[in-house]
Ligand binder design. Structure first.
Ligand SMILES: Cc1cc2nc3c(=O)[nH]c(=O)nc-3n(C[C@H](O)[C@H](O)[C@H](O)COP(=O)(O)OP(=O)(O)OC[C@H]3O[C@@H](n4cnc5c(N)ncnc54)[C@H](O)[C@@H]3O)c2cc1C
Length: 472
């Protein structure tokens, strides 16, 4: 009996696994069709062949749901300090390769004007939405000659022989689930994290990385609601607050300043979500999370620009002020007692703070100030400046905007994000252990790291890295 010959596997110079934000940018960059200022052009005639695989028949779901369907593309000001791990020089140099202005130029040249919010968040302008951004990226990739293989998951990656490129096993999303094989000289893993798995991000990239010998910084949900045991009376309250993430000796690890929302289950809102990032990446396993309600309630303080807006800003302040020392509130109450001895403690505090907050967190609210004992006054001062939010956990990967942890930067080459362990394999986007705070920083990481990994995989040298003074 004669058998039909098995067709030779398709071969590409570069295969990109994952067509989210990072993978799309990586694909355009690997074809050499985008510059570091975000301008696009036809790929050179000798551009490598690039295929973009995604398990989802219609990928880009996270772009579509981002920013409430409006897509907070990036931020006006992005530095390595907006990310965990904080202050990484590698992150700094990658951000410089493809800065916020570049993605703004890319989308604007695609006919999508942008707007900047007071906290620096950059969105498509009124009337434009996330789907326009996804459309611009997909058309850019198509125009650049990227071969789309949507609805095809990559199930396995191996290297049959050293120096011989990679063999990738594909599986169709069709009902038949047909499998196949493709071959690539180089592979870029842009599979995202584990958050909201129904968008396609199921954590496959970590398995590929481990198979090639990488370590994985343990993954945790981040930018996610935190569950807490706060008083029931707080549920539904939104107010500006500093949220402090601390070691159990009280030493501060991080501080977010923004609008805090108390839900029935716990806390959310920008300050709560941001706190979840620093809690997930804290150097201690169970940090304290406490709130200072006093500092941002100051009518002349750092929150004054936002006090009268119809809606609180959807991001934290770029620079959080120091938390108020409880002795300051203690002194305020003593002063009030001298001026209005009959005034009740709760009334004194509601000059600045919402009634429902004061009633829920402060004991002895009915006591006239003149009768308030020193220890009760100090307890009240601590309750409004160091309120223990009683965090128990988080709402999990199903609800998290991002995944903290992943492939450590130290195992990747600084200029190309290529594995130092498995040459030819690179990583970009959320699969890497870089997580931004709320405000467009995660997409900026996806754009910048996608650009760097795509060019690296295509072996396109970074033209001006010497000018930038980065060393390898
Ligand atoms: C609700 C929500 C709102 C958000 N809003 C914002 C915002 O406004 N601004 C911001 O900066 N960030 C926002 N983020 C975070 C941001 O969406 C992510 O950081 C970013 O999308 C990560 O991009 P990525 O390309 O690395 O991964 P992803 O976008 O997760 O893309 C990974 C892709 O890989 C594919 N894939 C996975 N495994 C395989 C496999 N084995 N084979 C083939 N394909 C595979 C997936 O199907 C997916 O399409 C938001 C996130 C959520 C969940």
């Amino acid at each position: 009996m004669s058998h039909a010959p098995t067709p030779a596997p398709e071969r590409f110079d570069v295969v990109i696994v994952g067509a989210g934000a990072a993978g799309l940018l990586a694909a355009i960059a690997a074809r050499g069709a985008i510059s570091d200022d975000g301008s696009t052009h036809a790929p050179p005639h000798d551009a490598p062949t690039v295929a973009l695989f995604d398990s989802m028949p219609q990928p880009g779901k996270k772009i579509l749901i981002s920013g409430g369907g409006k897509c907070n593309l990036t931020n006006e000001r992005v530095t390595e300090h907006d990310f965990a791990p904080v202050g990484s020089k590698i992150v700094r140099s990658i951000l410089r390769e493809f800065p916020p202005a570049a993605i703004v130029r890319f989308v604007e040249e695609a006919g999508i004007p942008t707007r900047i919010e007071p906290t620096g968040k950059i969105f498509p302008a009124e009337g434009r939405r996330a789907r326009d951004v996804l459309g611009a990226l997909q058309s850019g990739a198509r125009r650049a000659g990227v071969v789309f293989r949507f609805g095809h998951a990559i199930d396995e990656i191996d290297r049959p022989a050293p120096g011989d490129g990679f063999r990738l096993v594909t599986r169709s999303a069709d009902r038949d689930g047909a499998t196949g094989t493709v071959h690539a000289a180089r592979v870029v893993i842009a599979t995202g994290g584990r958050s909201i798995p129904k968008t396609g991000s199921t954590g496959a990239g970590y398995t590929f990385a481990e198979r090639f010998g990488h370590t994985i910084v343990p993954t945790r949900p981040a930018l996610v609601g935190l569950t807490s045991a706060h008083p029931a009376g707080l549920a539904g309250l939104t107010m500006p607050a500093l949220v402090l993430v601390r070691r159990d000796n009280g030493k501060e690890i991080y501080r977010s300043a923004g609008s805090l929302l108390f839900t029935h289950q716990g806390i959310s809102g920008p300050a709560g979500l941001d706190a979840s990032l620093w809690r997930a990446t804290a150097p201690v396993s169970d940090p304290d999370v406490v709130a200072d309600f006093w500092t941002l309630a100051d009518p002349n303080g750092p929150w004054r620009a936002f006090r009268d807006l119809p809606k609180p800003p959807g991001a934290c302040l770029a620079e959080s002020p120091n938390a108020t020392d409880p002795t300051h509130v203690d002194a305020f109450l003593r002063n009030q007692a001298a001026l209005h001895p009959k005034r009740r403690l709760a009334s004194a505090l509601t000059q600045r703070l919402p009634r429902s907050l004061v009633d829920s967190v402060v004991a002895d609210g009915d006591t006239p100030l003149a009768e308030l004992r020193q220890d009760a006054r100090r307890r009240a001062a601590a309750a409004v400046t160091r309120f223990d939010l009683g965090i128990r956990g988080d709402a999990g990967f199903e609800r998290a905007e991002v995944t903290a942890g992943g492939v450590p930067l130290g195992e990747l080459a600084r200029r190309t994000l290529e594995s130092r362990i498995a040459p030819g394999l690179s990583f970009c986007g959320e699969v890497v252990d870089v997580t931004g705070r709320l405000g467009g920083f995660n997409f900026q990481w996806a754009w910048s790291s996608g650009y760097v990994a795509g060019r690296g995989a295509a072996r396109i040298p970074a033209p001006d890295s010497e000018r930038r003074g980065d060393s390898a």
